[in-house]
Design a binder for this molecule. Structure first.
Ligand code: PLP
Length: 368
């Protein structure tokens, strides 16, 4: 049996007619950048997130950069970022001219540890970027109360968590602003790069829209310098179609996660932990294995046709990109251990129960 890590082709096959018609509409109207398809998707996605505004941008990294910049983050400021996430989260903060301050994670959830945030606060701290990693919503209440206490901006990185629910509300409405990626492999994926910023603040949405389009107020009237990071019509048309299927796909991801956890219950691995407060969307299904057996397990699964991934093999503070910060594993013990022990199993909506059972049994075979 061959089990890929993700399967974008089978998803396309299931919605081919809708996608092809939608894409053809963009081409026949030459609505390539901006235009009605982009506007339509922006309002559909805002409605989905239950926010007043959505600004489509070029990708998720730009969404974070533009949102931080629109909120006034820049040189002399510090931005708190979890030590275990994709580099885009910290990169976006650095791009504004601010300094990144990493915070260790909670081992059970892999999310930023709010208890450890306090020790990292300085008079320069301006923002926290909680990441709803692997599609699991961050426990936002403690973060929001700390942010209120210290007057910090909260930017949700929801790049992996479209539609994930925390306390009966979808992620994207808890912080001052939330950022999404529609990279093809994300839960809501375009057919190229795309991203979005959602917020309830009209003023902030307007600033983001200007920054994403050369700081332009009207044609050739620029109030400031910005960047060129606009959502294109073809991507918006694809996303509009896929958004209609997203809830069903998320439901299947949750079912797949439950099946994995069931079939792995007697196996010596740690499966994802959830609470009653959250409904995750399982962008990734990440297990924890002993660090001495991970490499062998991954190789064994590969010989059995099972693709796996590691998210992430080097925690951000230890990347060469951040060597100048001089961090040591002792400062981020949980992120350091996680990076040596996590393993992401194949996860996509179309995965079948037989495939999940096969993956779990193969893992059991290796570890027994
Ligand atoms: C994918 C991702 C991003 C960046 O999105 P791009 O669209 O690839 O630029 C940011 N943060 C996290 C957590 C991501 O997974």
């Amino acid at each position: 049996m061959q089990i890929p890590f993700v399967d974008l082709k089978s998803q396309y096959d299931s919605i081919k007619e809708e996608i092809d018609a939608s894409v053809a509409g963009v081409i026949s109207e030459s609505a390539f950048v901006g235009g009605r398809f982009v506007q339509s998707f922006e309002s559909s996605f805002a409605r989905y997130c239950n926010t007043e505004h959505c600004v489509g941008v070029g990708n998720g990294t730009d969404a974070l950069f533009i949102a931080l910049k629109a909120l006034g983050i820049g040189p002399g400021h510090e931005v708190l970022v979890p030590a275990n996430t994709f580099i885009a989260t910290s990169e976006a903060a650095t791009l504004t001219g601010a300094s990144v301050v990493f915070v260790d994670i909670v081992p059970e959830t892999y999310h930023i540890d709010v208890e450890k945030i306090r020790a990292r606060l300085t008079p320069k701290t301006r923002a926290i970027v909680p990441v709803h990693l692997y599609g699991q919503p961050v426990d936002m209440d403690p973060i929001l109360s700390l942010a209120r206490e210290y007057n910090l901006i909260v930017v949700e990185d929801a790049a992996q968590a479209h539609g994930a629910v925390y306390k009966d509300r979808r992620v994207g409405t808890f912080g001052d602003v939330a950022c999404f990626s529609f990279y093809p492999g994300k839960n809501l994926g375009a057919y190229g790069d795309a991203g979005a910023i959602v917020t309830n603040s009209g003023g902030l949405a307007q600033r983001c829209r200007m920054l994403a389009n050369h700081g332009r107020a009207d044609k050739y009237n620029h109030e400031m310098e910005g960047v060129n990071s606009r959502l294109d019509g073809l991507q918006a048309a694809v996303l509009e179609v896929k958004l209609r299927h997203l809830e069903k796909w998320s439901e299947r991801r949750r079912r797949n996660a439950q099946l994995y956890s069931k079939y792995l219950s007697g196996v010596a691995v740690r499966t994802p932990k959830t609470t009653d407060d959250v409904k995750g969307v399982y962008h990734l299904y990440v297990i924890r294995v002993d660090k001495t057996s991970r490499k062998g397990l991954q190789a064994y699964l590969s010989t059995k046709g099972i693709a796996t991934g590691i998210h992430y093999p080097i925690a951000l503070p230890f990347l060469k990109a951040y060597a100048h910060l001089g961090h040591t594993p002792a400062e981020f013990p949980e992120a350091f251990s996680a990076s040596n022990e996590v393993l992401s199993l194949p996860m996509f909506s179309e995965l079948e129960e037989g495939q999940i059972r096969y993956v779990a049994e193969t893992i059991g075979e290796f570890l027994s």
